[in-house]
Design a binder for this molecule. Sequence first.
Ligand SMILES: O=C(O)CCC(=O)C(=O)O
Ligand SMILES: [Fe+2]
Length: 337
Amino acid sequence: MTESQADLPVIDYAVLTATDPEGNRTPSALTECHRLFTALRDTGFTYLQYPGSTTNDTINTLFDLSQRFFSKPLTEKLRIVGHIDKGRGPSQGYSNPQHLATDTASSDLKEYFGMYRDDDTDRPNQWLPDANSQALRAGLVRFFDSCHEVVVSLLAALSEEIGIPPDALRPFLDDRNHFVACLRYPAVGADAFATRTRAAPHTDYGCLTLLFNDEAGGLQVRRGDGEWRYVPRREGCAVLNVGDLLSRLFNGLLPSTMHRVVEPPVIRDNHAPDRYSIAFFAHFNADLLVKPLEALVSETHPARFEPVVAGEHVKARVRQLHLAGNSLREEKTVAHA
Ligand SMILES: O=C(O)CCC(=O)C(=O)O
Ligand SMILES: [Fe+2]
């Protein structure tokens, strides 16, 4: 059976960021800004053609290095297990809900490696010493820097659309407080999906997420009609989606859409092979007070959200993730209703 797909539009980053000799966006760039805004407003998700200095080659190399990391014995990976220590985040290093969550019967079927800014000595990232891990480190640091620039540009494009200065939101990202995760969803028999998901339904917590997938399939978004639709990998594209805090900043105009990772749309021989993805979660500065932008608040459109400190919102969501082994949100009651 072919499950229905979300059919997301494709935004071309090169077109979006094209400028004329005076440094102003070209007419086609302005059109692309509008397409980006409309796509995110309609579903909170879109495809983004490989942005900035990211190419097929750089992504393939990262996937290769990530696979090699996960193929190490568990004992080795647990040497850099994430834990809260001197301001370090619980996902900084290796995490595996099967070994760490309190409720392993419903935790996500996945393992992952996470990193923050690599030059932050207050909360140093954790790396294994072998050559592969060092190559992974170099690759992820480049990836981190390039994704940061991409997100700065995307916020500038969204700012133009709502009539505020293009660089108005740039300072909100100054601390480069982002998080990168290399994810592996281990091969399982199809029966596992009767009671488990690879990533339970959730919204992302922060600003914007850039997600790079392999061919395995299984990512789904929940559309406004309540139906889940598959978002297949699209050659040369990342998936871009809105997080909770960007949604709040935009007074709900851009939705932070529920998504999950379930069984692939087609399963052969009762077996779902390994699935890999790499995600860049762009985050605002932790001390930023996030409240709806004045430009989006009026008498007819009053503020829909109370102010929230960015870091506190994210911390609360991460705590849930680590206790339960999944970031299931509000769906639990729906799923069992
Ligand atoms: O691996 C994926 O395709 C999606 C993962 C995801 O949504 C997340 O980690 O927030
Ligand atoms: Fe997500």
